[in-house]
Design a protein around this ligand. Structure first.
Ligand code: ADP
Ligand code: MG
Length: 393
């Protein structure tokens, strides 16, 4: 069911009573730049038009009473005694946001909260960063605290790295905090400089969920990150100015290949070539050259599959099905990998037909019709749209 400001307000009123304030944060899809963010490189994400919603009203004490509509579950959190639990439950993110904000010196108020969302969970469209950012924005507003959006993104990233235990980069929280409607964001994950680039009018992004998740994403994600760090440590002996794989050129990688085993070499080759592809993709986007952008996106998938080794048979099948449509410019897996969604860039007039064809063909090959969504890049985290007055017919 579609979530609206009215539906989240009504859910709050029936559970807690009173009048809440409403906030929402988009999910994101990264057009290109897989795993480059934590290597200090470039990424080119945009928002999806799917959101996490938060309804909030202050309480007189220091308790958060939080209801998740998705999990149909209520949690109470004492702001003076936030305990980390080992299980990766949804409220771990809520505790993490509260704990990191308080730890950064932002004294929060107790609140009643309802959370809902339409971003698939664990699908690579960053429902977790969307939840963190929506909730942090709402909790800060409730306590009348204003912070700069870049700081908001960095605090929310720390929820994942310090509380949930995923050593993610800054991309997700940053684009969710600072994107703009109908634009993509070329972000330098080292300096945090960014440029907003309009999406071409004649090309649309389509995300499709494989519906599978093969491995524990935390373990594989963190192991890739460790491999990148190990490669930098080995190469730094020969290339002293190397701080991150961002600083490495393809020629330098080839010259120093003997310092790495084959696995680390291929991890590096993916990151170094992918950072270059993001720069090329940004130029293509500026020119409105959807064909070139599509080629780069498809090359990104091949590199993630063969060198970074984070694809799986369902993602490869889905990307092949997408690329077999003549109206598709290119496609790739998104997010951590091993399942979740793939994205393709489609010639806009044929979007509906491509969506149906991809879903039908995937169902024929893999036995289930996948969830699909046509991306409409939206506003960043902030107050939810005003509720339309009810007009009697
Ligand atoms: P991704 O960020 O790719 O969607 P993650 O595994 O990083 O996948 O995060 C998914 C988790 O985030 C969910 O399992 C849940 O715990 C939490 N989450 C995200 N959105 C919501 C929501 N609207 N309501 C409750 N929990 C949510
Ligand atoms: Mg996540």
């Amino acid at each position: 069911m579609t979530i609206t400001s009215r539906s989240i307000r009504d859910a709050f009123v029936s559970r807690f009573g009173g009048q809440p304030k409403l906030f929402c944060a988009p999910g994101r899809v990264n057009i290109i730049g897989g795993h480059t963010d934590y290597n200090g490189g470039f990424v080119l994400p945009t928002t999806t038009g799917l959101h996490t919603w938060v309804a909030i009203a202050p309480r007189a004490d220091r308790t958060l009473r939080v209801f998740s509509r998705i999990f149909d579950s209520l949690e109470e959190i004492d702001l003076d005694r936030i305990e980390k639990c080992d299980d990766a439950q949804w409220y771990q993110y809520v505790k993490g946001v509260a704990s990191i904000l308080e730890g950064a010196g932002h004294t929060l108020r107790g609140a009643d909260i309802v959370i809902d969302g339409d971003i698939p969970l664990g699908g690579g469209l960053s429902s977790s960063a969307s939840l963190e950012t929506a909730l942090a924005f709402a909790l800060l507003d409730c306590a009348a605290i204003e912070i700069e959006r870049g700081e908001l993104a960095q605090l929310c990233q720390r929820v994942e790295t310090e509380f949930v235990g995923i050593r993610c980069g800054i991309m997700d929280q940053y684009v969710i905090s600072r994107c703009a409607k109908d634009h993509a964001m070329m972000l330098d994950c080292r300096s945090l400089e960014f440029q907003l680039v309009p999406m071409p009018a004649d090309a649309r992004l389509l995300v499709v969920d494989t519906g599978v998740s093969h491995r524990l994403p935390t373990g594989e994600y963190n192991s890739r990150r460790n491999e990148c760090e190990e490669a930098v440590a080995r190469l730094a002996g020969k290339i002293p100015q190397l701080g991150a794989l961002r600083d490495l050129g393809l020629d330098q990688l080839e010259e120093n290949r003997n310092l790495l085993d084959d696995r680390l070499y291929r991890r590096c080759r993916h990151i170094v070539s992918e950072i270059q592809r993001v720069e090329d993709a940004c130029s293509a986007l500026r020119r409105g050259d959807a064909r070139r952008l599509g080629e780069l996106v498809t090359a990104s998938h091949a590199s993630l599959r063969d060198d970074y080794e984070i694809s799986c048979s369902e993602l490869d099948a889905l990307v092949e099905i997408m690329n077999a449509c003549p109206e598709v410019y290119g496609s790739r897996l998104v997010g951590g990998g091993f399942g979740g969604c793939a994205v393709c860039l489609v010639h806009a007039p044929h979007l509906g037909r491509v969506m149906d064809k991809v879903q039908t063909e995937y169902a024929a090959q893999l036995g289930r019709r996948p969830w699909a969504h046509a991306v409409t890049p939206s506003d960043p985290v902030g107050p939810a749209p005003a509720i339309e007055p009810f007009v009697a017919q």
